[in-house]
Design a protein around this ligand. Structure first.
Ligand code: GAR
Length: 213
């Protein structure tokens, strides 16, 4: 029996290098249905167009409140009938209504070893805290900002002469391995958000994030 493709919508705000990693990974049975950006000049839109993926822009600047933006965003996403929504550098806080609508089918990548350093400026904060290790996490999105159950992480060392840019680049290179791996688990139906609020992999709840080597 031929398996139907899993339809994925990717949300971006900027460079889209994680989007590029998903394109390059050529994950079997995965259909990148659309890329949506809140920023009209996001370079990731060009990456999508080059790969022949549909693109759409919904600028938050035309909205006075978050609820009406997110209502339109949800309508736009749903036009592509996704099985999975992938936040890849989408730099907006989402309303609980939108997040609930995509419960169990929305992933985010965050540049820290969650639960450490939720929010912005994670690399600067890791340096200021004199962390010896830093990294990135992929998690299911829940209403709590950067607080949903973590599925998998990559770790990198913090080196003596690092500044935030050097550290960010080291983390980003590993993000490009992390996100396609987790998205592939989802397409293979190995991954789900359980009713217990935990991430489940291969039929068992994850008590700790998977660490990718
Ligand atoms: C990535 O480092 C991602 O983890 C981060 O934005 C960058 C996007 O890069 N996301 C967040 O900070 C979300 N809170 P990209 O556009 O090149 O994929």
């Amino acid at each position: 029996m031929i398996k139907p493709n899993l339809r994925v919508v990717v949300l971006i705000s900027g460079s889209g290098s994680n989007l590029q990693a998903l394109i390059d990974a050529q994950i079997p049975n995965l259909d990148l249905a659309a890329v949506i950006s809140n920023e009209p000049h996001a370079f990731g839109l060009e990456r999508a167009q080059r790969a022949g993926i549909a693109t759409a822009v919904l600028s938050h600047r035309n909205y006075s409140d978050r609820a009406s933006y997110d209502a339109d965003l949800q309508r736009l996403i749903d036009q592509y009938a996704p099985n999975l929504v992938v936040l890849a550098g989408f730099m907006r806080i989402l309303t609980a209504t939108l997040v609930e609508h995509y419960r169990g089918r929305m992933l985010n990548i965050h540049p820290s070893l969650l639960p450490k350093f939720q929010g912005l400026h994670t690399h600067e904060r890791a340096l200021a805290a004199r962390e010896q290790e830093h990294g990135a996490s992929v998690h299911f999105v829940t209403a709590e900002l950067d607080g949903g159950p973590v599925i998998a992480q990559v770790r990198v060392p913090v080196l003596p002469n690092d500044d935030a840019d050097i550290l960010a680049a080291r983390v980003l290179a590993r993000e490009h391995q992390l996100y396609p791996t987790v998205v592939q688990w989802f397409t293979e139906q190995r991954l789900a958000l359980g009713a217990d609020g935990r991430a489940w992999l291969d039929g068992a709840p994850l008590l700790h994030p998977q660490i990718l080597m």
